[in-house]
Design a protein around this ligand. Structure first.
Ligand SMILES: [Zn+2]
Length: 138
């Protein structure tokens, strides 16, 4: 099987720069298409709206910088980051875990439960919830 490196090496020897540039552009396009598909897959795993008790939240893709997620109870918006602080696309599992983390805050808030702002509890509970949902077989 001929590898891409073999092809590039032959083209390099022939000094055909135009073809190399064209191939680089094709590779860059393929990479960008793959990244777009990954982002779409991640975004597709999140709802656009969800109701907790009597409150309907809009789900916003993207969170304030330095933050993976946030619940704004007054504006009724749950924000979920799709990228980390360096701009790297987050794994879909991590995005889902963040979503269930914020949902846990929202549910406990709706219950007016004293654990609603207990980050240690919310992290542990939401992680188990997210893993359980991800492992569900139908
Ligand atoms: Zn939290």
């Amino acid at each position: 099987m001929v590898s891409l490196n073999d092809v590039l090496h032959v083209l390099e020897q022939k000094g055909n720069i135009d073809v190399r540039v064209r191939m680089a552009k094709v590779l860059i396009n393929q990479l960008q298409e793959q990244q777009t598909k990954e982002k779409e897959m991640t975004a597709a795993t999140l709802p656009t709206k969800i109701t907790v008790g009597k409150t309907t939240y809009s789900i916003r893709r993207g969170a304030p910088s330095g933050c993976l997620g946030n619940v704004d109870y007054d504006k009724q918006v749950i924000s979920i980051a799709l990228r980390d602080g360096l701009g790297n696309t987050l794994d879909p599992e991590e995005v889902r875990d963040t979503f269930w983390h914020e949902m846990t805050h929202a549910i406990l808030h709706d219950m007016n439960h004293p654990l609603r702002d207990d980050e240690k509890f919310v992290i542990k509970f939401a992680n188990r919830l997210s893993c359980a949902i991800d492992s569900a077989q139908f």
